[in-house]
Design a protein around this ligand. Structure first.
Ligand code: ZN
Length: 462
């Protein structure tokens, strides 16, 4: 008998390996942090396993990789969903963010980490405020994370007035914070935590700041993370000042490289996409955000150009199952073809594809011998999943995030039967609920049309 630390048994195993095989009656064996076997089940007496997960009625797949996230952004849930990207960012998010306390970001980050794990996400690539508090929740929850401080040098809350004045003191302070974070945390938790330099967007950083940030990323040996061609306002601003598209601009300032993650590309033109191709930069595609803003990126063109692409949740709705379905449906509607994106392709984009975007494809994203053991177990004994025949569509089109019962990261069981072992999820929820009246008041004070509901001062409801 071969001794292993963990054996995960599956009625159907989806390794997301070459050729996308589906293995009926499969299993994954783990020693330490790594997979030593993934394939058809061995005879019953083959393994001597310290711990066993899964079994009949369970399917197993790689944990979802979320290559662009804002874990603590949940404060804006329901406040920007019926608005353009411009209104969501300029009228609501950017004006409130400056008044949110470190304590609140910490609480929201803890909630975000719980939300990720409960949805089957095992890796995040996060850019936001307060990375120092987020990393604490990442450590406790067991998540794998790339984390960047949000760097910019404009007054974000003034952008709605068209004020794009760049302040070097703001940029310098935010960059220094980002650099210090990387210096302190890059490679922590046996490499589970890494850092990035997170310049916020093409229009919220001056050319000088973008160049300095690139230099620092090079010096530190870490990648970069940036929003690009996210909104019409951003594209207009870059065109007005620099006479080109936002990604062309990033190329011209020397930022683009194969270690850069570009989020969104909703308004990217062909010249922008060509700049990505020539630099081998990476693309984080966030399917649930675009339909609600009424505009989908030219995804088929991005793929046809061979740009390395992964799926991500961006903010508020951290549900990879919804992300896969949104993407499939969007692509089929755009093309008029029921095969424009298939379920196995969607799964690959949210696992191995997203791992490639983060430069982690040799470590995670699929269940193969030698890789890190990052996987999830889904309970298929459910009215909405049976009869379960085992194809990709069987879960990509029908499963819910709440069907994920167990999660393993680095070989460690971080969630079992939907209980997150490292986080006090209930306590976080209680504290969040206590904060809602304060946050509602803050949102009301902005005068945002997005704010409504009982107790709201701005609409006469209470
Ligand atoms: Zn984002």
């Amino acid at each position: 008998m071969r001794q292993v630390d963990l054996l995960v048994k599956a009625e159907f195993l989806y390794p997301v390996s070459e050729g996308m095989p589906i293995i009926s009656n499969g299993e994954v064996a783990v020693v330490g942090t790594r997979i030593v076997y993934a394939g058809a089940a061995k005879p019953a007496d083959y393994w001597d396993a310290r711990k066993i997960l899964g079994g009949p009625g369970k399917i197993v797949l790689p944990g979802f990789v979320n290559c662009h996230s804002h874990s603590a952004s949940l404060i804006f849930r329901s406040q920007t969903d019926d608005h353009s990207a411009k209104a969501a960012l300029l009228d609501v998010a950017f004006r409130l963010e400056k008044d949110v306390t470190e304590e609140d970001w910490s609480l929201l980050g803890a909630l975000g980490c719980a939300d990720m794990l409960l949805s089957g996400i095992t890796t995040i690539n996060d850019i936001w405020y307060s990375p120092d508090t987020l990393v604490e929740s990442v450590l406790q929850s067991g998540l794998r994370a790339q984390i960047a401080n949000k760097i910019f040098d404009v007054k974000l809350h003034e952008l709605r007035n068209g004020d794009y004045t760049h302040y070097s003191a703001i940029g310098e302070a935010r960059l220094r914070h980002g650099v210090e974070f990387v210096e302190k945390w890059h490679g922590a938790a046996d490499g589970r935590i890494t850092g990035r330099i997170g310049t916020h967007a093409t229009d919220t950083c001056s050319s000088a700041l973008l160049k300095e940030a690139r230099d620092e990323a090079n010096r530190l040996g870490v990648g970069m993370h940036i929003h690009a061609a996210q909104s019409a306002a951003e594209v207009d601003q870059i065109m007005a000042v620099h006479g080109c598209g936002p990604v062309e601009y990033l190329r011209d300032v020397g930022l683009l490289s194969n270690d850069v993650v570009l989020a969104h590309l909703v308004f990217a033109q062909d010249a922008d996409l060509d700049a990505i191709v020539s630099s081998n930069a990476n693309y984080a595609h966030c399917p649930t955000i675009y339909p609600r803003r009424g505009r989908y990126p030219q995804f088929e063109k991005i793929i046809a150009k061979g740009i390395k692409t992964g799926f991500a949740t961006d903010w508020m709705l951290n549900d990879p199952f919804e992300a896969m379905r949104y993407a499939i449906n969007a692509m089929r509607l755009r093309s008029g073809s029921p095969t424009a994106m298939t379920c196995d392709q969607a799964l690959r984009f949210h696992t191995l594809g997203a791992a490639e975007v983060l430069g982690l494809e040799t470590e995670i994203g699929s269940l193969e011998i030698g890789k890190k053991a990052d996987l999830i177990v889904i309970d298929i004994n459910q009215a909405h999943l049976q009869p379960y025949y085992g194809s990709y569509a069987a879960f990509v089109y029908y499963a819910k995030a709440s069907d994920v019962v167990d999660a393993v990261i680095d070989g460690k069981v971080v969630m079992h039967e939907r209980h997150i072992t490292g986080l006090n999820h209930q306590s976080t929820l209680e504290q969040i609920k206590e904060r809602v009246p304060t946050w509602r008041s803050q949102l009301s004070a902005l005068g945002s049309p997005a704010v409504f509901g009982p107790g709201c001062d701005c609409c006469g409801l209470g």
